[in-house]
Design a protein around this ligand. Structure first.
Ligand code: PEP
Ligand code: CO
Length: 465
């Protein structure tokens, strides 16, 4: 058998690597992993999880991989969206249905605007583990500064700022698993049962069309997108019909951060080659855990799933190439998704060199215009500007086009609720209003109107070319 090889980060030259096993990551440094006070309890929990039926199947994973392969060739577009930190409490009928509705509405607008079918992937049913920049958080309580472990997502600990809540608890892995299962079960029941709430354009809440801050030029642009879409729906446009009929194809994704959890859900499947991570269809590696010789890359390189990697400004072109060769040595179609997230001002500084570094490889390039555009408002809220989000997407789109490639997707943090977390958009949300309904457990999300407006704006930009 051929000895597997891995490119060296600096030269791209192959260096021998040890064989992969579902546990080979254990010999590598693993960032962002909770330290549990009772390792025996963790082991008992993961053993229990490892024999339960998985959340998704290898058939679905392979089907998504085939769709992503088509997106790599420019024939489809990926829309991936949902909460930054999904909460166990969000596992209720109404929030799940509303989340599905906004993603379906956005995907309908984008299908029409881009003139290609959209692959819908939620950031949900398991987006419960969060990497943090700081391991502790300090707050002043009753005039006294108190420091506690940071909140690492509902899979690990609780958000309340109190000592007991912030201790990592292995039982939460089971809670996360069950809530992900219930969420997926309801999503599947809705889409397979013909959830049509999103199909009647006249019933959409398009309040942003009437917002006082919206210029008349923008308003008429949105009206044009809307009437073109309405007309296409009326005449039974084939692409939109296919889109509607294919609404049962809805996939789940989350950051595959918690390696003990992901390992417990990773299985070898009868009659198939290799191991599938069956906690979700599309797991991704975050920007903080993409170190080449570290545990996450080691774990992900052996999975049969399509896998994503977030790329922030610190990634070098050499690292990007080495990641592509390590995670997809056989250049398998639909396998690798690279998500650039550098900030609106820095697209030109990084993206062209990254694209060039992997131009001979099969890659689905996706723009995450959220994570490079996070700022702190004067009142202390983490926020993002709608304009910066649009600008990063547009510049990313333009760079790919200039280099003869296609941008294959959009990755967003959004909610169907009327929150006040990102500034701007046609409603003109200002910094002073962030406190009105700031609900995220982690990063600021686009609200319902901002999400829909983003889809309309991107559709308009494509249609007017
Ligand atoms: C995220 O997607 O919520 C996240 C933490 O992203 P990144 O790894 O790109 O910072
Ligand atoms: Co986030």
């Amino acid at each position: 058998m051929r000895t597997p090889s891995q490119p060296s980060a600096l030269t791209g030259a192959p260096a021998p690597v040890a064989p992969w096993t579902p546990d080979s990551w254990r010999s590598k440094p693993a960032r962002q992993q909770p330290v549990y006070s009772d390792p025996a309890e963790l082991e008992a929990v993961t053993r229990e999880l490892s024999v339960l039926p998985p959340l998704v199947t290898s058939f679905e994973v392979e089907r998504l991989k085939a769709l992503l392969a088509e997106a790599q060739e420019g024939r489809r577009f990926l829309l991936q969206g949902g909460d930054c930190a999904e909460r166990l409490d969000d596992c209720r009928a109404d929030p799940i249905a509303r989340r599905l509705k906004i993603l379906l509405q956005m995907s309908l607008v984008l299908t029409h605007g881009l003139q290609k079918p959209v692959v819908r992937v939620g950031r949900f049913a398991g987006q419960y583990a969060k990497p943090r920049s700081r391991v502790t958080e300090t707050r002043t309580v009753d005039g006294v500064a108190e420091t506690l472990p940071s909140y690492f997502g509902d899979l690990v600990n609780r958000l309340e700022f109190e000592s007991a809540a912030r201790q990592p608890d292995p039982q939460r892995l089971k809670q996360g698993f069950y809530h992900a299962a219930m969420t997926l079960n309801f999503v599947r029941a809705l889409v397979e049962g013909g959830f049509t709430d999103w199909q009647q354009l006249e019933r959409w809440d398009l309040a942003f069309f009437r917002a006082a801050a919206l210029s008349s030029e923008r308003k008429s642009q949105y009206e044009r997108v809307k009437s073109a879409l309405a007309e296409a729906l009326r005449r039974g446009d084939g692409l939109l019909q296919e889109h509607s009929a294919g609404a049962d194809h809805f996939y789940a994704s989350h950051e595959g951060l918690h390696l003990e959890y992901e390992r417990a859900l990773t299985r070898d499947v009868p009659h198939r080659r290799g191991y599938y991570c069956l906690s979700t269809h599309l797991p991704w590696i975050g920007d903080r855990t993409r170190g080449l010789d570290e545990a996450h890359v080691e774990f992900f390189r052996g999975l049969r799933n399509p896998v994503g990697v977030k790329l922030g400004p610190s990634a070098t072109p050499e690292e990007v190439r080495a990641l592509a060769l390590t995670l997809n040595p056989e250049d398998e179609p639909g396998r690798l998704v690279l998500l650039s997230r550098v900030g609106a001002d820095r697209v030109e500084d990084h993206l062209p060199a990254w694209i060039q570094a992997v131009e001979d490889r099969r890659v689905l390039w996706v723009c995450d215009p959220m994570h490079g555009n996070t700022t702190q408002s004067p009142s202390g809220f983490k926020t993002r500007s709608f304009d910066a989000i649009v600008a990063e997407f547009e510049q990313t789109f333009a760079v790919h086009e200039r280099m003869g490639r296609t941008l294959g997707g959009l990755h967003c943090e959004l909610t169907a609720d009327d929150v006040t977390e990102c500034i701007g958009g046609s409603e003109g949300l200002e910094e002073a209003s962030l406190n009105v309904r700031y609900e995220t457990a982690c990063d600021p999300r686009l609200n319902y109107q901002q999400s829909l407006e983003l889809a309309f704006l991107l559709a308009h930009h494509r249609q007017s070319r």
